[in-house]
Design a binder for this molecule. Structure first.
Ligand code: OTU
Length: 651
């Protein structure tokens, strides 16, 4: 429910706060920069106020917290380094910068890729070679020793894990990346902190003020009232979503691991404190904030405590703050939930960019079934998002693959969702006879058989198996599979994201089983140390690494050289063959047809269908660099990926 504030109320509040700020920061008044800040404040204030009233309007000290927030914002603005203020100005003049098509993303763990932050600086040329312009570094904050959920248990948002370097190193890296045209992406892990965060320590010592920072309960019964409706995220880990803190005899809400304490956003102090942490990160030079675990940030008894309306309001409030103080900051949604819910987080007032987990899962689904009809139907219905937003398309991430398609979409095609999910898991963990994959199940429920899947893209595409069998044909097919998935991801529209190592075909890493900190979390299977010797082989013709790397370079160049692929409109089409996923990318000047054969057999696309779509007999495939003639049919090899330019002038 949105709260309606009269313009008069909003103006009066604004005027009062303005006087307050001017009193507090007299030295800043009158500078052109301050004018800019004030202008944005005035422009976004009504929205911010409405969101805050919706969340906190019933608190008797609402205005006190509002004043505090304004101070936090003003201070963050005054501290914002000049180079980031100029980025703000640049982005304000080019608001659609993330849609221009120049963004190609990569993600990596600092320690696994380059030991530490200083080491990372030295590897920037490797990123430049691939055309990377967006770099997501996995959480690098101070976190508990030992298991810390790969950094997603944050003990301080303002300190770096000492093994990786210092905050100053991060600043320098951000600055260097900026100079080289690469936007730094970091996580804003705002649903929870680690149990070693100073707020958690204070809470454990009995300070009520800080116990209110978390969701704490005196009795098991109270937690049970919530528990009935909750989904377990890591069911292998422990029963339920709460953890007992014996020292204070209280239960704390822990959606993920027992050392990740969920923050209590019903407390306006938490909101203000986290707004401060967010602005701090933006001021370090983080251009894109990956909003971790967005579905879980608001809880309400009697609901599943996921995707609640207040979660959206909360993100909108953070977004309004960023628009005022650090306007170049871009939010990316990490909502790995049902397709109808994913899109609810996407919008210029929430997260303008979002992971595309549906397409990711369905590309894997198509590979397993050798049939792209569910992918086609789902993308026809769901690829469109507001025109000022963009998908982040990916094949693998650091997390597991969940089969998050819409049951209705599946049923429309006569597919039983439950059975199909079981099939997919079995396929990718290698239990199905037709499988080429070598994954492992994640969080498997022995009662229902439900599970998610782990494994690197190469291992899931059959490269490991093929290499072990020394089977050249299978190796070739596995390479084609990898390039097919990335081919779609690079061309369908949005920002493609590579998990560094995919471009070399890195295989599963089983060593986590010997490391007690990682053992039990199968996601480490696909988080190997980056193999620089393997990377060296990318220049040796005839190696797997070379073939794959060249394939990625080609995809990267394809975006740079074709406006339609970089920023055209996308139209998903029926190719007339269920194994062949097809879409147009079109600008006024250029029209490109992309065909992706998800079958391990050659397939033909009926030529009359192509002509119906306005194509001529003679086409150019810019992937193979060949002319293609579609007389009666267009022949495609197993897993072939074609990017077809219409021949003739101006097309
Ligand atoms: C995220 O993932 C991170 O990507 C994970 O690596 C973290 O463990 C987790 O948050 C906790 O910080 O459940 O299986 O819809 O699905 O936030 C991964 C969102 C997860 C969740 C997602 C979460």
């Amino acid at each position: 429910m949105s709260v309606v504030i009269s313009e008069h109320q909003s103006k009066r509040t604004f005027a009062r706060l303005k006087v307050l700020l001017e009193k507090k920061y007299p030295h800043a008044i009158g500078s052109p920069e301050w004018e800019g800040f004030q202008y944005r404040l005035e422009e976004n204030f009504p929205d911010l106020l409405a969101h805050l009233i919706e969340l906190y309007g019933h608190h008797f000290d609402f205005y006190y917290h509002l004043e505090r927030l304004l101070e936090i914002m003003a201070e963050a603005w005054l501290e914002r380094p000049p180079e980031w203020k100029s980025t703000d100005a640049m982005r304000e003049a080019d608001r659609a910068w993330y849609q221009s098509g120049h963004l190609i993303g990569a993600m990596a763990y600092v320690d696994l890729f380059a030991d530490d932050l200083k080491g990372f600086q030295e590897q920037i040329p490797y990123l430049k070679e691939l055309g990377i312009t967006y770099l997501h570094l996995m959480p690098l904050y101070k976190s508990p020793d030992g298991d810390d959920d790969g950094g997603y248990a944050v003990s301080s948002y303002r300190e770096i894990d000492p093994a990786l370097g210092t905050m100053e190193d991060l600043r320098l890296l951000a600055e260097e990346l900026r100079r080289q045209g690469i936007s730094l992406v970091l996580d804003f892990v705002f649903n929870h902190t680690s149990d070693e965060h100073e707020w958690a320590i204070e809470a454990r010592q009995g300070r009520e003020e800080f116990q209110d920072f978390y969701l704490m309960f005196d009795s098991r019964q109270e937690t049970e009232e919530y528990q009935q409706n909750l989904r377990a995220i890591f069911p292998d880990e422990r029963p339920g979503n709460f953890t007992y803190i014996n020292r204070i005899k209280k239960w704390v809400w822990t959606t993920f691991h027992n050392y990740q304490w969920d923050l209590n956003y019903r407390n306006p102090e938490v909101f203000n404190a986290m707004a401060g942490e967010m602005l701090f990160l933006a001021n370090v030079g983080v251009e894109v904030l990956r909003m971790d675990a967005v579905p879980f940030v608001w809880k309400q008894k009697g609901t599943g405590c996921e995707n609640l309306p207040e979660a959206h309001t909360l993100i909108k409030a953070f977004s309004a703050i960023a628009k005022i103080v650090t306007p170049s900051t871009l939010f990316k949604s990490e909502a790995i939930v049902a397709p109808d819910e994913i899109k609810e987080y996407i919008g210029i007032d929430q997260c303008p960019i979002s992971y595309n987990p549906l397409m990711m899962a369905l590309m894997w689904e198509s590979l397993a079934t050798r049939n792209a009809r569910l992918l086609r139907l789902s993308m026809e219905k769901r690829f469109d998002i507001p025109s000022n937003c963009a998908w982040v398309n990916y094949v693998r991430s650091h997390d597991d693959i969940g089969w998050g398609f819409d049951n209705g979409d599946a049923e429309a095609l006569g597919i039983n969702s439950h059975d199909h999910r079981l099939f997919l898991t079995n396929f990718y963990v290698g239990r199905h006879p037709s499988s080429f994959a070598e994954g492992e199940p994640f969080q498997e429920d022995p009662n229902t058989g439900d599970a998610r899947v782990c494994g690197t893209s190469a291992s899931l595409c059959g490269l490991g198996k093929a290499i072990s069998a020394n089977d050249e044909t299978e190796i070739d097919l596995a390479i084609r599979r990898i390039l097919l998935l990335h081919g779609v991801s690079f061309t369908i529209g949005g920002i493609p994201l590579i998990y560094l190592g995919e471009e070399l075909g890195v295989l599963n890493d089983h060593s986590y089983k010997e490391d007690f900190e990682k053992e039990g979390d199968e996601r480490w299977l696909h988080r190997p140390r980056f193999d620089w010797e393997k990377a060296e082989r990318r220049t040796e013709v005839g190696t797997i690494e070379h073939t794959l790397h060249e394939g990625f370079l080609k995809l990267s160049r394809l975006r740079a050289n074709n406006a339609a692929i970089a920023r055209g409109e996308t139209e998903i089409i029926d190719s007339g063959n269920d194994s062949v996923f097809a879409f147009f990318r079109t600008t006024e000047e250029q029209s490109i047809l992309i065909l992706a054969n998800f079958s391990d057999q050659s397939q033909s696309v009926p030529a009359p269908r192509l002509r119906q779509l306005g194509l001529k007999k003679v086409l150019t495939d810019i992937i193979a660099g060949q002319t293609v003639i579609a007389a009666k049919v267009l022949e495609m090899e197993a897993y072939q990926f074609m990017v077809l330019l219409r021949q003739g002038s101006g097309e």
